[in-house]
Design a protein around this ligand. Structure first.
Ligand code: FAD
Ligand code: GLY
Length: 386
C-alpha cells in the first residue's frame, strides 16, 4: 500500500518482483515504463526500509572500484544515467532525489594510503576517468574541515551522491503512478517452478501466478534460492554496515570525503553521515558500541572538528553480498522466466538505474546486454562456487 491506496490481492500477473528495496523498485518502475503489463512488487515489510534506507547514497564508482574491469564499466554506466534518472523521477513524482554534484575527496594519512591513492590515480587516469591529484593544502582549501594530518588527496568530480531515502520514495511513487501494484507486509515464501519454467510465487496470503519472477530480495535472497537444486547455488550473505548521523547545520563540508577506512557524507538538509563498518554478524542489525567507536575514530581522522558535532541518529543495514562481491544479474539458464537482481553489496544505490534498465530490457526483449555478461548467475555453475 502507498499513498493510502489499499490493493486487493491478485492471483495473476505478467511480472512479479520480490523485494521492495531500490533494486526491486527500480526494476518494477522500468518494466512499467516499458508497458510490460500487470506488474506486482511484493515486499514483506515496508518499502526500502532495509539496506536501501541505511545507505550513504554515494555514487562512488571511482572511490570504491578497484580496477578497470567489468564492474567499473557497470558502475560508470549507472552513474552516467543518474542525471536523466533524477530528472525523470522528478517529472514522474515531484520528488527531488537530491542529486548532489560537488564530487568526492579521497584522503591519504599514511605511507600505505599514499601508495593506494597513487595506484588509484594511475589506473583511473589510464582508463580515461576524471580524477585530480591534490596537495593537502588544495584539499583543505576545498574543504577546511579536512585534517591537517592528511598527506595528499584525490578528487573524483563525477562521484556524486543522492538522498537514498528520497530515491526509495520517488521510485515507489513513480512505479505506483504507472500502475505497479505494491504489496507490502507480504512475505514471499517460495518460488513456484515447473519443468524448467517459473510459474509464480507462494506468499503468506496465497499464490500469485506469473511467467516472470524477479528475485530482488537483497540480503535475504538465499532463503528463496537454495531450495531449487537445478539452479546454481547463489549464496547471498548479509554484511552489516553501521552508520552515525550528526547535526552539522553549520555547513561542515560539501564533498563526500573518504579515507581508506571511512567516509563522511554531507546531506543537503544539514545532516552529516559517517560510515561505516563491514561486519559478518548474520541478520543482527544492532548498532554496537564497538561499531560506533570505530566509525567515530575513522571519521575524526578525516575531520577532527566532527568531535564537536551533535550525534542525532545511528542505524545499521545489511548489504547483500555474493561470494565474489559482484552483483548477480539476469535470467536463470535453468528456469525460464526466473530473473536474478541480487548481490549489489556496497553499491546498490549507485547501480539501481542500470539494474532497472538492464533487467527490464532482458525481460521485454529476451536479450541480455553485454554489460551483464560478467554478472550472470551461471558463473556460479561454471566455477562451482558455493
Ligand atoms: P534491500 O534494500 O535490502 O531490499 C531488499 C528487500 O527485500 C527488503 O526490503 C526486504 O524486506 C525484502 N525481502 C526480503 N525477502 C523477502 C521475501 N521473501 N518476500 C518479500 N520481500 C522480501 N550503496 C551505494 O550505492 N552507495 C552507498 O553510499 C551505500 N552506502 C551503504 C551504507 C551502508 C551502511 C549499507 C548497509 C549499505 C550501503 N550501500 C550503499 C549498499 C546499498 O544499500 C545496497 O546495495 C542496496 O540498498 C541493496 O538494495 P536491495 O534492493 O538489493 O536490498
Ligand atoms: N558504499 C558504502 C558502504 O557500503 O558502506
Amino acid at each position: 500500500m502507498l499513498n493510502g491506496v489499499e490493493h486487493k490481492f491478485v492471483e495473476t500477473a505478467d511480472a512479479v518482483v520480490v523485494g521492495g528495496g531500490v533494486v526491486g523498485l527500480a526494476i518494477a518502475r522500468a518494466l512499467a515504463r516499458a508497458h510490460f503489463g500487470r506488474i506486482v512488487l511484493i515486499e514483506r515489510g515496508q518499502l526500502g526500509a532495509e539496506a536501501s534506507h541505511a545507505a550513504g547514497g554515494m555514487l562512488a564508482a571511482q572511490a570504491e572500484c578497484d580496477g578497470a574491469d567489468a564492474f567499473l564499466e557497470l558502475a560508470c554506466a549507472s552513474r552516467d544515467l543518474y542525471t536523466g534518472f533524477a530528472e525523470a523521477l522528478l517529472d514522474e513524482t515531484g520528488i527531488n532525489i537530491e542529486l548532489e554534484r560537488t564530487g568526492t575527496l579521497y584522503l591519504a594519512f599514511t605511507e600505505r594510503d599514499e601508495l593506494e591513492i597513487a595506484h588509484r590515480y594511475s589506473w583511473q587516469s589510464s582508463a580515461g576517468l576524471s580524477v585530480q591529484r591534490l596537495t593537502v593544502d588544495e584539499a583543505r582549501e576545498l574543504e577546511p574541515c579536512v585534517s591537517p594530518e592528511a598527506l595528499s588527496a584525490l578528487r573524483f568530480p563525477l562521484d556524486w551522491q543522492v538522498e537514498n531515502r528520497r530515491l526509495v520514495a520517488a521510485l515507489a511513487t513513480a512505479a505506483e503512478n504507472m500502475g505497479v501494484q505494491l504489496l507490502t507486509c507480504t512475505n514471499v515464501e517460495s518460488l513456484l517452478m515447473e519443468r524448467g519454467h517459473i510459474k509464480g510465487v507462494e506468499t503468506a496470503q496465497g499464490r500469485i501466478y506469473s511467467a516472470v519472477v524477479v528475485v530482488a530480495s537483497g540480503a535475504w535472497a538465499s532463503s528463496l534460492l537454495t531450495a531449487e537444486m537445478s539452479e546454481p547455488v547463489i549464496r547471498i550473505e548479509p554484511v552489516r554496515g553501521q552508520m552515525l548521523c550528526f547535526d552539522a547545520r553549520s555547513a561542515f563540508a560539501r564533498h563526500v570525503i573518504y579515507s581508506p577506512r571511512g567516509y563522511l557524507v554531507p546531506r543537503m538538509d544539514g545532516r552529516l553521515l559517517a560510515g561505516s563498518t563491514t561486519e559478518h554478524a548474520g541478520f543482527d542489525k544492532r548498532v554496537t558500541a564497538t561499531g560506533a567507536s570505530t566509525i567515530l575514530t575513522h571519521a575524526m581522522e578525516i575531520a577532527p572538528a566532527l568531535g564537536e558535532l551533535t550525534l542525532v541518529d545511528a542505524w545499521s543495514g545489511l548489504r547483500p553480498r555474493a561470494v565474489d562481491d559482484l552483483p548477480v544479474l539476469g535470467e536463470s539458464a535453468q528456469t525460464r522466466g526466473l530473473f536474478y537482481a541480487v548481490g549489489h553489496y556496497r553499491n546498490g544505490i549507485l547501480l539501481a538505474p542500470i539494474t532497472g534498465e538492464l533487467i527490464a530490457a532482458e525481460i521485454t526483449s529476451g536479450i541480455a546486454s553485454p554489460l551483464m555478461t560478467a554478472f550472470t548467475p551461471e558463473r556460479f555453475h561454471q566455477v562451482g562456487v558455493g
